[in-house]
Ligand binder design. Structure first.
Ligand code: RNT
Ligand code: ZN
Length: 413
């Protein structure tokens, strides 16, 4: 009997159907960020990152320009199981002869068309999009949509509107809805004199951006944050601000695992939002001491998030995206490790006897609930995982490919 067949029997003894789990998993799209390949620099002029986020490390091989980034994405995606969406930022516009002439407030779909071609050629199932409100000269005093300077605020409102138009085209071209996630770094390092004013301006800006967009192809999310580097005392787009804004405006919230106080967890926020929203968006990252955006590994919190998605029948409601950037290790390896960790966590969650566990909770049998939870931690997840990989022509022994790519391509840059 194969290891998978044995595992299948072991899970079946607890009423868990491994085939059903594998079938569900292979249809859950993961939105993979393009920005792990080049340390969130983009193509439109920035030479360093700003906005309170930081990539640390100087590992050789950072992708420069569309050709290199596309090659790296192609390599990384080939090692990632499951259906993948490509998550782009506006700063990855391919401007061609418009370079230096067209700014972010006037980007159009044509600047992203090569990405659509690339996505289609490589079996990518959709494209998500992010306006880039950082690393740009129009960020005045670290502010964008909340700026008191009308010229600055209007520039960024126009960037938001342009992004929604681009997203509609991306969605239509790919035949899948495009999630547009709005994150701004706006805030203050030290104690503000006015906390409401910037939020009133952000609200006005969002209203202007969202006044008119294509709901058929675009889903809009807002991503809150508790602090950034150099933005420690106050962020305009706080959790309360955006949750209320999203609820009133019929858009959705995006929860980034690194954007809360250290003892708060996104796994608890997902079901809180599912009680009120049809859709919830995620940035799965790994905060170590701060919003450090470490590569996602198979840790308890990622498993817990996936359990909430699976046991609440929310596989079609929670849009999973990745958001980590590590420049201290082989970037392809980092990319793949993070994606596989989320896939593994989903599989772990899909292989739990949720109905039985809920019944134990409801009958207050907490001792047995703990026992079963612990028991499943040593069930043969790895054997089912290997079966999942092999059905897609992949194995767990992939790191040599990342190393070979480093030797042949990355180290020569
Ligand atoms: C920053 C946010 C945001 C960015 C990306 C690049 O703290 O997490 O989502 O990481 O948009
Ligand atoms: Zn994020």
């Amino acid at each position: 009997m194969s290891r998978y067949d044995e595992a299948k029997q072991m899970y079946a003894a607890y009423g868990v159907d491994t085939e059903a789990a594998l079938n569900t998993l292979k249809n859950i799209p993961i939105s993979v960020h393009c920005w792990q390949g080049d340390d969130v620099i983009g193509f439109d002029g920035a030479d360093s990152l700003s906005g309170g986020i930081q990539t640390t490390g100087n590992y050789p091989g950072r992708a420069v320009g569309p050709e290199q980034l596309m090659a790296d994405i192609k390599k990384a995606f080939s090692l990632m199981p499951g259906p993948k969406k490509l998550n782009l930022h506006a700063c990855y516009a391919i401007l061609g002869e418009d370079k230096g002439k067209v700014d972010r407030d006037a980007y159009t779909y044509k600047h992203f068309e090569p990405w659509v071609k690339f996505a289609k050629e490589n079996g990518i199932v959709g494209i998500d999009f992010n306006p880039t409100f950082f690393a740009h000269p129009m960020m005045k005093d670290g502010l964008s949509l909340s700026s008191p300077d009308e010229e600055v605020r209007t520039f960024w409102v126009n960037h938001g509107k342009a992004s929604l138009r681009i997203a509609a085209e991306l969605g239509r071209a790919m035949g899948t809805k495009c999630l547009v996630n709005i994150w701004i770094p706006d805030g203050f390092k030290d104690i503000p004199a006015d906390r409401l004013g910037p939020r009133a301006r952000l609200k006005k800006s969002l209203d202007e951006i969202l006044a008119d967009y294509d709901r058929e192809w675009v889903i809009v999310a807002v991503e809150s944050k508790v602090f950034g580097i150099g933005v420690e005392s106050y962020t305009v787009g706080s959790n309360e601000f955006y949750q209320n804004y999203a609820a009133k405006s019929n858009i959705c919230c995006l929860l980034d695992t690194g954007h809360y106080h250290p003892t708060e967890v996104v796994s608890d926020k997902v079901p809180a939002l599912l009680a009120f929203y049809d859709q919830v968006a995620l940035h799965v990252s790994r905060p170590v001491r701060w919003d450090s955006d470490h590569v996602v590994v198979l840790d308890d919190e990622v498993k817990e998030i996936c359990k909430e998605i699976v046991r609440n029948d929310a596989v079609d409601k929670v849009m999973i995206a990745l958001d980590y950037f590590d420049a201290s290790i082989n970037r392809i390896g980092a990319w793949v490790t993070g994606e596989r960790s989320v896939e593994k966590a989903l599989l772990y969650a899909l292989l739990l006897p949720h109905e039985d566990l809920k019944a134990l909770q409801n009958s207050a049998n907490y001792g047995k609930l703990m026992h079963i939870n612990e028991l499943f931690k040593t069930m043969p997840l790895g054997d089912v995982w290997n079966e999942y990989l092999s059905r897609q022509g992949l194995t767990d022994d992939w790191y040599a490919e990342a190393e070979a790519y480093e030797a042949e391509v990355l180290s020569k840059r």
